[in-house]
Every structure is written in C-alpha cells, then in structure tokens.
Ligand binder design. Structure first.
Ligand SMILES: [Fe+2]
Length: 390
C-alpha cells in the first residue's frame, strides 16, 4: 500500500502563537501579506491580535475583510481583484473556516488566466496550483481548514457548495492558537466542535482511510469527545479549549489525508439551500447517517467509540457501536442541536428539494467514500429521517 500524506510545511501550535506570525513569515522570506478575514473580526478588533504583533515587527498588513459565511464565488473574485491591485507575496486567512477557505480559493483562482470561474476547479478537477502561499490562523476549533487540501466555495449561480481539492488549497503554514477561541459564542463552539468530531469519525471509517491518517483521527477523537460539552457550557475552560483546538487541527489532518464521507456529502446541500451553518447541518445528520453506515464497518465504529471513551476496551464491537450511536444522540441533545424542522425549515420546501440535494451530494464524491454507499433514493430517505430528527 502506498500512502501519500500532505500537511503544511510549518505548524505552530500553542497559546500565544498568534503573536509569532511575523516570525513564521520571516522564515519563508515573506513580508507583504494580505490578511483575509470577515467583517466581524475586523469591527470587533479581533484581527488586531494578528495585526498588532505584525506592526511591531515592521509589517503593515493590508486587510480584505469582506468574506462571508459559506464563502461565495463572487467574494473570491472580489478578493482576487484586491490581490491583483496590490503588491502582495502571501495571504493570511484569519478567522473560522470561511475566511481561510476564501484565502485558499483566492490563491487558486489568482493562478488561473483572468476570466476563469472558480467552478473550473471543483472536484474531480485537481486544484494543484496557487498564485501565492497561504498562512492560516484559525479562530474556531472546527473546520481544520488550516491544514487541509480542500476549500469549499458556493457557486451562487447554481446554489451549490463546491468541493475544491488539491495542493493549491494546502496552506504553507498554520498558526494554531487556542486563546483565540475564548470569545467564540456557545452555539458556534458546539457547531464547529461537532464538525471536527465528524471529520475525525468520517476519516476513520472512510474507504480511503489509511494507518497514518487513522492515528490523527484517533488522537482527535480522544481530544474532542471528552471536551465538547465542557467548551459549550464553560467558554472560559482553557484546558477544554486547548484540547478542542488541537483536536480540530488533527481531525483536519485526518480527513485531508483520508477523506470525509456521507455526512459531509449530504451536509453541503443543506448549507447551500437553507443556509444552515456547516457544523450544525453535520450535527443534524450525524446520528442518522451513522446508524445507516454502522453495519458496513462495525469494527471501525466500535474502535471510534472506544477512542471517544464511550465504550470500554473490553467491550464487544456490537455493544461499543451501539454506545457510539447513543452518544451521538446524547451529544445533540446536550448541545441543543435542532432538527431541520425545529430550525425553521419548511417541510414542503425540504421535500421538494430532496432529489436535487441527493444529486448534489452524490456529485461531490464524498458519499462514495462512505463504508456503506447509498444511491439517490436512499439519500432522499436519509434526508427525510433527518428532518424529523430520526
Ligand atoms: Fe466539515
């Protein structure tokens, strides 16, 4: 078996690391960054946590702060226009998954001839080229985008969340500082935390799992599972915040080197059509999809349950897997994850869109990595069960 592993060239992890971004730039001979962030990071002053130490090191960074949640093709184009208007040698994605994914997509699009649409790079295309390096500084413990070879961009013309994959989307460096997550509100903390748990679990059961990515996934589950409720209830719990941040990054390395699977495949269309935050739509799907997938990979799910600490080492696979399912349902209750119905999505609209959502889920390629591969009809049935909170 030949395994191909990717990760950023430099990973700096720990409390206070954000103050050392200038040092990271200097190591790579970079000095003219364009910071890519969202309007809240800019207006709340959070981005100063990055900009002030850069200024102290003599770097006046320009800021593009127009990123949106569920980043779009149009914002990526505006970002590239900003990039081309200045003299920059790197991008710094600062924020949650959206600013980081926007920065990565900007680097990919800027390497293409003018007039190219970002959809030219959606899977199965390979987005291997970037115009300039990207340094990522995550402010949530969630997407793992700081270490992955993926970016997800919404095609506004087609209401589709496109998966874009390749070395062009892989950051040069990631600076992972859990102290940036203390101010993340509980809802976002829960959603992003479940997203990272989903990354680890899906990477571990994926048909593209491999022994190396497994180690990242297992370590991530050991870190995330015992701390997810704590960060939701006690935002100032430093130990829990630190564990979640490291867990999210390791989960990113896990799925970047294996893959995500059916939960993510079905989650993106929910985000595209109903604007449910990514981690939340994952959470809505996770118990239903896990129940469906369990029989096809029982020993793997059982091992995941043991890593998460919800089953003992001595417990048989059947019982451990049942406990995993129980835990996923309990997590959704404890973290107050609504069903699509409770979230306010109208049933008629949901049902009407299901065939299209199933088609988009399958087209993303992620369901094919699932231990049990559904057809469109089965995906529709799973969406229906998810709606009612089944
Ligand atoms: Fe995700």
């Amino acid at each position: 078996m030949v395994v191909s592993l990717v990760s950023p060239r430099l990973l700096m992890i720990g409390g206070g690391a954000v103050a050392r971004v200038a040092e990271v730039l200097a190591q790579f001979g970079l000095s003219r960054p364009l910071v890519v962030t969202d309007p809240w990071m800019a207006s709340s002053g959070t981005v100063e946590r990055l900009l002030a130490p850069l200024r102290a090191a003599g770097i006046q960074a320009a800021v593009f702060s127009e990123t949106v949640s569920d980043p779009t093709d149009t914002v990526v184009e505006a970002g590239v226009a900003r990039l081309r208007a200045g003299d920059f040698d790197c991008l710094i994605g600062f924020g949650g998954g959206s600013p980081m994914d926007t920065a990565k997509a900007m680097a990919i699009l800027a390497a293409a001839p003018a007039g190219t649409h970002i959809r030219a790079f959606k899977v199965p295309a390979q987005a291997n080229r970037a115009a300039l390096p990207v340094i990522c500084v995550p402010t949530t413990a969630g997407t793992g985008s700081e270490v992955t070879r993926f970016t997800v961009i919404t095609d506004t013309g087609r209401d589709e969340k496109m998966l874009i994959a390749g070395l062009g989307a892989l950051p040069l460096a990631a600076v992972v500082d859990y102290e940036l997550t203390f101010s993340v509100p509980p809802r976002t903390t829960a959603d992003t935390g479940i997203d990272s748990l989903t990354h680890a679990l899906e990477a571990f059961v994926s048909r593209r799992a491999n022994p190396e990515a497994d180690q990242y996934a297992l370590r991530a589950m050991r870190l995330i599972a015992p701390h997810l409720r704590a960060v939701y209830r006690e935002p100032g719990n430093a130990r829990a915040r630190e564990a979640m941040m490291l867990g999210a990054t390791l989960a990113g390395l896990a799925f970047s080197n294996a893959s995500v699977a059916l939960v993510h495949g079905m989650s993106r269309p929910i985000g595209a059509h109903f604007h449910v935050p990514h981690g939340l739509s994952n959470a809505m799907l996770l118990p239903v999809v896990t129940e469906y997938s369990l029989p096809a990979a029982l020993p793997r799910y059982a091992e995941a349950a043991r890593a998460m600490g919800v089953a003992s080492a001595a417990e048989g696979d059947q019982s451990a897997a049942a406990k995993l399912l129980e835990e996923l349902r309990a997590l959704n209750r404890d973290l107050e994850v609504p069903t699509p119905r409770a979230y306010g999505i109208e049933e008629a609209r949901w049902n009407e869109l299901l065939p299209r959502m199933a088609e988009q889920a399958l087209a993303s390629g992620s369901p094919a990595n699932n231990p049990r591969v559904p057809d469109a009809e089965e995906i529709v049935a799973l969406y229906r069960r998810c709606y009612a909170g089944g």
